[in-house]
Design a protein around this ligand. Structure first.
Ligand code: PLP
Ligand code: COI
Length: 344
């Protein structure tokens, strides 16, 4: 199978692999995890996940190292975050150990889809928690399906080629006291329509300001916001952004490099002062952003202000250094001094 995939052009799309790891929570307990090769699940039409978005998920990556070892990047952090999402939905969630073991068994069953070392591709692992018991009333799900699937992926958007972004003022992704800090399926539904509008306008990313005041930076629709300002790594402190594991890792690596890490509210005007701006996350890794347009509405041609950062052709120097470090740890070419990788 490996030979039939063009690793340089994998894209970011689902592929049928060998197996999905599954377990069902019913009557107060999880069934023994199984590997299944049928990707078409049968779900009751009244399942809460289909009607009321009783669903949350995770995203993490496995890498084939230069030393031939297979590394899963920070799976316990994903397990922990899934538990916080599930707790918000009042749904059962597998233990961290069960989560990690099922991710590992999914990767193991699909090793032929794990890209070789040396290509900018990885195996994206997607753990999914779905409420499946039939219901019509508005309740948390009592029966929960946990499925871990994976697919080989390359760059999510442009890789290290900078993209343009637009400030999304007339749609909100997350309410001020809402669910932005959890990885709920519902959050992504909220951003679907503005995303489509932004893409039609030619932007690669949408930057959400805080919903309450529209005066501070929150995050991108698919990733966190981080900026380099002189020798500082600056990222928003906000209750509405997803606590990104990539961002947390980059903050640590920035501190290791002697940068000052500033996690604090960022006023929109401060965008004018940043040297480098990036989207960061599992899918995007680090995607440089070379321009952010401020538009009062995504339906109107009016651009009230444009902020530009670095070169439109390449990643900023400090960001690139951080990119090389995180990718080095994931590939096993740099020492994993923080103990982030779990080896298969
Ligand atoms: N923010 C949003 C809205 C996301 O969807 C993601 C992707 O998971 C992130 C941030 C980045 O989080 P992580 O680095 O844990 O993948
Ligand atoms: C990830 O980065 O893992 C995500 O879940 C983002 C998604 C939009 C692909």
């Amino acid at each position: 199978m490996q030979n039939s995939i063009d690793w340089a052009n994998v894209g970011f799309m689902p592929r049928k692999t060998n197996a999905v790891a599954v377990s069902l929570f019913r009557d107060g307990k999880w069934s023994a995890p199984e590997l299944v090769d049928d990707f078409k699940f049968s779900i009751n039409v009244f399942a809460g996940s289909l009607h009321y978005a009783n669903s949350c998920f995770e995203g993490l990556k496995a890498f084939r190292g230069a030393d031939g070892k297979v590394r899963l990047f920070r799976p316990y952090d994903n397990a922990h975050r899934l538990a916080s999402s599930a707790a918000y939905l009042d749904m059962a969630c597998p233990s961290e150990e069960m989560f990690v073991q099922m991710c590992l068994s999914c990767v193991k069953a699909n090793l032929e889809f794990l890209p070789p070392y040396g290509v900018e591709a990885s195996l994206y692992v997607r753990p999914l928690l779905l409420g499946v018991n039939p219901q019509i009333n508005l309740n948390s799900s009592t029966d929960v399906l946990f499925a871990v699937m994976c697919t080989p992926v390359g760059a999510y958007s442009s890789g290290l080629k900078p993209v343009t972004a637009v400030l999304c003022r007339n749609y909100d992704r997350a309410a001020p006291n809402g669910t932005g800090r959890f990885k709920l399926a519902a959050n992504y539904a909220m951003s679907m329509h503005p995303y489509n509008l932004a893409h039609k306008l030619g932007y690669g990313e949408l930057l959400y300001p805080d919903s309450a005041t529209k005066s501070k930076v929150d995050e991108f629709g698919s990733s966190n916001f981080m900026a380099i300002k002189g020798r500082s790594y600056v990222t928003p402190l906000s209750n509405s952004v997803l606590p990104s594991i990539t961002n947390r890792s980059l903050q640590q690596l920035a501190a290791d490099e002697g940068l000052t890490v500033e996690k604090r509210p960022i006023c929109l005007e401060e965008l004018a002062e940043f040297d480098e701006v990036n989207a960061c996350g599992t899918a995007v890794v680090i995607t440089p952003v070379c321009k952010i347009d401020d538009r009062p509405a995504l339906e109107s041609p009016e651009v009230t202000r444009s902020y530009t950062f670095g070169s439109p052709d390449k990643c900023g120097e400090t960001s690139f250094k951080l990119y090389k470090r995180i990718r080095g740890i994931q590939n096993g070419t740099e020492e994993d001094v923080h103990g982030w990788c779990v080896i298969l």
